[in-house]
Write a protein that binds this ligand. Structure first.
Ligand SMILES: *Cc1c(COP(=O)(O)O)cnc(C)c1O
Length: 366
């Protein structure tokens, strides 16, 4: 079957033919072969995140990325005597707040405009104002806009106060260099269908073993009990608690091999950055202004303003889609905008083809 278009959306994204091919077999789950695949994945995730295996562990969890965030919030944060501070500058930060509401977790929200990065100085002040805070969560790459938040600058503030840190690195891990050892964070979450370039179906959490070990009995959900999932995966190495997405797991193992073949996270980061730069420059030349300051722009996804008030996004979207590219609507509430992702099996040649299509659209609609 021919792939009808390239996904320029930040997960699911365009995967290679070889990643898709890895899903052509109905694999069994119970034997050593499969468990070895799971164990290798857990180890390789630690390697690509620069997380020491003596200190950290990887827990894989069925579901999309939000399941991983919810499992972490609902398992890491005790039922009583805990206060979560959330630094928010977009929809994914707000989603952490929604999760906290479902779990009746007291949370202090520090909100920033959607077109600005989280500011460490304001977080420092908020932490001083709220000495009751025990846990802190934020998003690394806020996919709402494409902003990369300065997590390395936030970590020392949390460490100094003994606060447990939870980082949603969903759309950055694998595509942006991250060193969990250097960050010394407690939980870092990502999923199969983002920068590792697998297909959707599971999330994973890199957790500090000493902290995760304290969370027995915290979970308010059976399937989202991160501690229980970890126990099963380590006591019977490579075993998942409930049915795992076998095809997705094999595709992910193949995606990890391809990440290594590409040379690891740094060359992938450079490829994404080159695509993002080509896109940003080309789109501005075609009359589309940027929503966020290039100083805080990450390589994952870029938001563009509508070029004029009667711009018809649906028409624009269909025009592009029939010519082989799928883009993303905007998510910034205040600014009419749309987004184009530059992650996945995509390079500058693809971006230049896209720019030619958009140029054609502009010619017709001038
Ligand atoms: C993709 C993403 C998620 C998870 O979204 P799902 O739809 O549940 O996969 C969470 N946070 C960020 C920053 C993301 O980009």
């Amino acid at each position: 079957m021919k792939q009808p278009y390239l996904l320029l959306t930040p997960g699911p994204l365009s995967t290679t033919a070889t990643v898709k091919d890895a899903m052509q077999i109905d694999y069994c789950t119970w034997d050593n072969d499969y468990r070895q695949v799971t164990e290798t994945i857990r180890q390789e995730i630690l390697n690509l995140a620069h997380a020491d295996a003596n200190t950290y562990t990887t827990v894989l969890l069925q579901g999309s990325g939000s399941y991983g965030v919810e499992a972490t919030i609902g398992s890491a944060i005790p039922r009583t005597d805990a206060v979560l501070m959330i630094a928010m500058n977009g929809a994914y930060g707000r989603r952490i707040g929604e999760i906290a509401d479902y779990y009746n977790i007291t949370h202090v929200d520090v909100e920033f405009p959607e077109d600005q990065a989280v500011e460490p100085q304001r977080i420092a002040q908020a932490l001083t104002d709220h000495p009751e805070v025990t846990h802190f969560a934020t998003v690394h790459s806020e996919t709402t806009t494409g902003i990369l938040n300065p997590i390395a600058e936030l970590m020392p503030l949390l460490k100094a106060r003994g606060i447990i840190s939870i980082i949603d690195a969903m759309s950055s891990l694998g595509g942006v260099p991250i060193s969990v050892d250097d960050l010394d964070c407690d939980y870092l979450i990502s999923s199969a269908n983002k920068c590792v370039q697998g297909v959707p179906g599971f999330a994973f959490v890199i957790a500090k073993q000493t902290e995760l070990a304290k969370t027995a009995g915290n979970a308010r959900s059976l399937s989202l009990d991160l501690f229980a999932q970890w126990q099963t995966m380590t006591q019977q190495p490579g075993k998942w608690r409930f049915t795992s997405p076998t095809h997705v797991v094999h595709a992910f193992a193949q995606a990890l091999t391809e990440l290594a073949t590409e040379g690891g996270v740094m060359p992938r980061y450079q490829r994404y950055t080159a695509s993002q730069q080509a896109l940003s420059v080309g789109m501005q030349a075609l009359g589309f202004d940027l929503v966020i300051d290039p100083a805080v722009q990450g390589p994952i996804i870029t938001s563009f303003k509508y070029p004029h008030t009667d711009f018809n996004f649906d028409d624009f979207y269909q025009f592009i889609k029939t010519r082989g590219f799928v883009i993303y609507p905007g998510k910034v509430s205040a600014i009419p905008s749309f987004r184009i992702g530059t992650i996945g099996d995509v390079n500058t040649t693809d971006i230049n083809r896209l720019l030619a299509v958009i140029s054609d659209y502009q010619q017709i609609h001038q």
